[in-house]
Design a binder for this molecule. Structure first.
Ligand SMILES: Cc1cc2nc3c(=O)[nH]c(=O)nc-3n(C[C@H](O)[C@H](O)[C@H](O)COP(=O)(O)OP(=O)(O)OC[C@H]3O[C@@H](n4cnc5c(N)ncnc54)[C@H](O)[C@@H]3O)c2cc1C
Length: 459
């Protein structure tokens, strides 16, 4: 298949004069700052949608790629929903938050009453709730779907200014759950909540010889699991978490609910991490030895088991500007796909900037979720920006090549990350693609919530 490669954009290191709005990574302008509205109430959101012409693009914490967020043309507007924030109401096992609430605030509010979402978190929590839903943001754990799968109800301001509510029985709920920002402006989300378990997380370094089968086993046999694969070293760093036993849970509570880190450490990852750090230093040329990209792997050195809640154990990412690519394949095919990747790696010996991140989730009911109705394994790849805003050529070559390999295997890309759109046949990948388009035509007949990227996607 001939592929038109969209260059991963360089990051701007110029001082921002405030006339243009940038995405979080600083690698794309989204539109003129003057085109931005930041409504603070649902009423103001309705007014912002209906007043003025042009098309509208919704933005949250702007952590997605620029093309996903950019206003289409001069005269089009950007609606930032982050002032629509906070807990609106709570029941015994539900909580309703405004759409622009940062996930960290959602987690903090729930944790304060000993509750969590039934979906485990991603590595960071600075995304907005609506932004996370719109792109299928997920964590790890086969017994859970994406964050959108914790939604019981979604309230949206539609293009005509009306307010629509969707619950799980609504025939269009599966579309609204993961809407890519093209259906309407999410003003509130009601989430299911469950009691917060205390987890004991065991960490290990193992050979990658049987990775395909072991990956499935780690995920089947544990409540939560995450792994980092270093193909060059044939090594995997794996975390497996189970609900803590009574003694461990007591120790955690006696410690005031702070993460408990076991004293025994293992140096089994140290040599591999040193080799990875050498590659990252060569690629990023960041001189600070404690620089953020380095800290993301340095913590694997001298690792030890921990006990804590799901956010303390898994939501520990260090957000640093990057190009991230994440491709999902059905869990049932993971063994074959790992074999294909191993063969490709052995044949091409690609430059590895960072290990492959492996996370599995249960099926998602969202029609456009990469995990739609099937247990899924996500293969994640990251290349961090250098200090001068460039990306290493080797890192970019790796990302392009590995995405092609996984696209051929039927992979579905994460909507909030970077992907080469021409690699994918969307209606073939998503059985409900045309149903989603029909819902879009009903809710936003003039396609006002759109930009050049979504025009091409749904052309
Ligand atoms: C450092 C980093 C770490 C990440 N870690 C993970 C991870 O662990 N797991 C994972 O799955 N993903 C991860 N992501 C991807 C991230 O979760 C998504 O890009 C997410 O969409 C970002 O949320 P946001 O608030 O920044 O949304 P934005 O990027 O601002 O917007 C994303 C989409 O949501 C739409 N949108 C925003 N607000 C609204 C609204 N109110 N109503 C309707 N639509 C709206 C936008 O139009 C756009 O289509 C990571 C990204 C980065 C940069």
């Amino acid at each position: 298949m001939a592929v038109t490669v969209t260059a991963y954009p360089r990051r701007s290191t110029e001082l921002d004069d405030g006339t243009e709005l940038w995405n979080w990574a600083g690698n794309a302008t989204l539109g003129r700052s003057a085109a931005l509205s930041s409504p603070g109430t649902e009423e103001e959101l309705r007014a912002a949608v209906t007043s003025g012409g042009g098309r509208l693009r919704l933005i949250g914490s702007r952590m997605s790629s620029g093309r996903m967020l950019r206003a289409a043309a001069e005269g089009d507007r950007l609606l930032d929903t982050r002032r629509l924030r906070g807990l609106l109401s709570a029941g015994p096992d539900t909580a309703t938050f405004a759409g622009g609430t940062p996930l960290q605030e959602v987690y903090d509010v729930l944790s304060a009453s000993g509750r969590v979402l039934p979906s485990s978190p991603g590595v960071i929590a600075s995304q907005t709730l609506a932004g996370a839903l719109a792109t299928g943001t997920h964590g790890q754990g086969l017994r859970q779907g994406s964050i959108a799968d914790a939604a019981l109800g979604i309230r949206m301001v539609l293009a005509d200014g009306s307010v629509a509510e969707f619950d799980r029985d609504h025939p269009s709920f599966g579309a609204v759950q993961l809407g890519l920002g093209v259906l309407g402006a999410v003003s509130a989300v009601t989430l299911q909540t469950v009691p917060s378990p205390v987890y004991s997380c065991h960490k290990d370094a193992v050979s990658a010889d049987d990775l395909g089968t072991r990956l499935t086993a780690w995920n089947r046999e544990n409540a939560l699991s995450k792994a980092w694969w270093f193909p060059g070293e044939n090594l995997v760093h794996v975390w497996t978490a189970q609900e803590a036993g009574p003694a461990e849970a007591r120790a955690y509570r006696d410690g005031g609910g702070q993460l408990v880190t076991r004293a025994e450490t293992s140096d089994a990852m140290n040599r591999t991490i040193d080799a990875t750090l050498t590659n990252m230093r060569g690629d990023t040329r960041i001189t600070d030895v404690n620089g953020k990209p380095y800290r993301t792997v340095n913590r694997f050195k001298d690792f030890s088991d921990v006990t804590g809640d799901v956010y303390q154990v898994f939501c520990r990412g260090i957000a640093t500007p990057q190009i991230n690519v994440e491709i999902a394949v059905p869990l049932a095919r993971v063994d074959d796909v790992v074999t294909v990747l191993k063969e490709w790696h052995a044949r091409t010996n690609p430059h590895m900037h960072y290990p492959v991140i492996l996370r599995c989730t249960g099926p998602s009911s969202a029609w456009l979720s990469p995990a739609h109705e099937q247990e899924t394994c996500y293969f994640g790849f990251v290349v961090y920006y250098a200090e001068d805003g460039t990306l290493s050529a080797g890192g970019m070559d790796f990302l392009r090549a590995v995405e092609e390999v996984l696209a051929v295997e039927g992979g579905r890309p994460h909507w909030g990350k970077y992907f080469e759109e021409p690699l994918y046949d969307w209606p073939a990948l998503y059985p409900r693609w045309d149903d989603f388009r029909r819902v879009r035509d009903q809710l936003d007949p003039q396609h006002r919530f759109a930009n050049t990227f979504t025009d091409a996607l749904f052309a």
